[in-house]
Write a protein that binds this ligand. Structure first.
Ligand SMILES: [Zn+2]
Length: 96
């Protein structure tokens, strides 16, 4: 079993000075730079763009709501895929 808190989730880098905890996940500097994290200016632009769309159509979500919905959908998809794989794993064990 890997020590998840002492190595990067993506490349398994273990050099402590290179590691950072992001929302509960350990990430190295190199992999962090590849995540495409948004700058505040980009986030601000999105907030304004979504607010403008909401002005024209009240059913249009705010950027905050949109991000929340995307996270919920992602979580749902992650669980569905995980259940499918765990089921396959269980069937393999019982078949062989
Ligand atoms: Zn890494």
């Amino acid at each position: 079993m890997k020590h998840k808190n002492t190595s990067c989730y993506r490349c398994e880098e273990t050099k402590e000075t290179s590691l950072e905890n992001l929302y509960g996940y350990t990430v190295c500097n190199n992999c962090k730079s590849k995540l495409g994290l948004f700058q505040d200016a980009t986030i601000t632009r999105h907030i304004k763009s979504f607010a403008a769309a909401h002005q024209l159509d009240a059913s249009h979500p705010s950027y905050k709501q949109d991000v929340q919905e995307k996270l919920a959908l992602l979580e749902q998809q992650y669980i569905s895929k995980k259940i499918k794989l765990l089921h396959i794993q269980e069937r393999i064990k019982s078949l062989y």
